[in-house]
Design a protein around this ligand. Structure first.
Ligand code: TXA
Ligand code: MG
Length: 343
């Protein structure tokens, strides 16, 4: 199939809406990453998302709404703490999981009794949902296992020939996926960190537990609370090692590694301004003291490393404070949990 590249104009948004209403797939911009959207109430349309992405069938999707009033029909009921989160963080990069209503097809919830809902803040996203006239199920628009796309070009690279259209809404503001919190557990639980931080959630919820899989590797035999967390993710072709320590220690570490294997195509994934100090070709991912610049850049940096043909990548380790937790969580998965201490 030929994949149309649509622009951010009223005509093209109407066209995207029409494709979605008709059961087709359109990749759409959001403030986090590009999403691969289908009519969330149409099981057959949603099933095509799994084929286009090569996504495992047991990994549920997020349903996107453009008005708060659409939420009610998608869930069993909305408890007071969920409403409090919505008031504080919606529209925005927060996904809330609650027990689902009968309207949600099994394809969306992947057989779970719950549904994840998000009300995006990007105006273009909301206009597309309005044009479709239905809530949209949308995972990130990458091929399963690859870094999520944060611009139309990366989305096209992964989805060309697989879906009806990509709508170009420019670069995503945050660059990592939404924060996912479940309220379907006795105590609210953070399943995926994002731009809305655990500290901000605690201020509204009072209590919040952080799922073990957020900062570590899921243990053998433990059932994932969020099925997506058990899969290898955000993975470039290069083998990534996260090197914990100060810049000098990082430099000493890569010098020693280079001596062992002088012929490998090694790259550094470092912070802005460090290129001059690092004796390897560098790709940068934002400022060391500013996690929002890191989240904005990380997935693009991972794709760039592949474009350069990097075989091995030594990555500077971000702080896990605030939005840094989301950056570290994604980098950790991209590195297949390979972290070394250079301290
Ligand atoms: O920012 C985002 O959230 C982007 C944009 C497009 O909105 N979407 C996104 O979707 O990242 P996806 O499918 O790539 O990630 C959704 C995550 C997966 O880890 C999935 O397992 C989890 O949310 N999830 C979805 N529904 C769930 C549910 N009912 N229970 C537990 N986890 C769920
Ligand atoms: Mg994804």
């Amino acid at each position: 199939m030929e994949t149309l590249l649509l622009q951010n104009t009223p005509q093209d948004i109407a066209r995207a809406g029409k494709i979605l209403r008709g059961g087709g797939l359109v990749a759409i911009p959001t403030e986090t990453v590009y999403g691969l959207a289908a009519n969330a109430l149409d099981g057959a349309a949603v099933a095509k998302i799994f084929i286009a992405k090569g996504r495992p069938q047991d990994n549920p999707l997020i349903v996107h709404i453009s008005h708060l009033s659409q939420w009610e029909r998608l869930v069993d009921h909305i408890p007071e703490n969920a409403m409090a989160l919505a008031r504080e963080f919606w529209p925005g990069p927060l996904t809330i999981i609650l027990p689902k209503s009968d309207l949600i097809p099994d394809e969306v919830s992947a057989g779970l009794a719950t549904v994840a809902v998000r009300f995006p803040s990007m105006r273009t996203t909301r206009r597309i949902i309005d044009a479709a006239g239905v809530p949209l199920a949308a995972p990130s628009a990458n091929l399963s296992g690859s870094p999520s796309p944060t611009c139309a070009r990366h989305t096209m690279d992964d989805m060309r020939g697989r879906i009806e259209a990509v709508l170009d809404g420019g670069e995503c503001n945050f660059g990592v996926e939404s924060t996912v919190v479940t309220l379907a557990t006795p105590v609210p639980r953070l399943l995926r960190p994002g731009a809305v931080t655990p500290e901000e959630l605690r201020e509204v919820l009072g209590e919040l537990t952080i799922d073990d899989a957020v900062l570590g590797k899921l243990k053998e035999g433990v059932k994932a609370a969020s099925p997506g967390m058990k899969y290898k993710h955000y993975s470039p072709k290069a083998e990534i090692t996260i090197v914990k320590g100060k810049l000098e220690q990082f430099l000493r570490f890569i010098a020693a590694e280079k001596e062992h294997a002088p012929d490998v195509k090694a790259f550094a994934l470092c912070f802005d301004g460090e290129e001059t100090a690092v004796p390897l070709p560098c790709v940068t991912y934002g400022r060391q003291d500013d996690p929002l610049t890191q989240s904005h850049r990380l997935f693009t940096a991972l794709r760039e490393l592949d474009e350069h043909g990097a075989a091995i990548v030594y990555a500077r380790c971000p702080s896990t404070e605030g939005v840094g937790m989301a950056v570290y969580n994604r980098l950790l998965r991209a590195a297949g949990f390979h972290v070394v201490l250079a301290e």
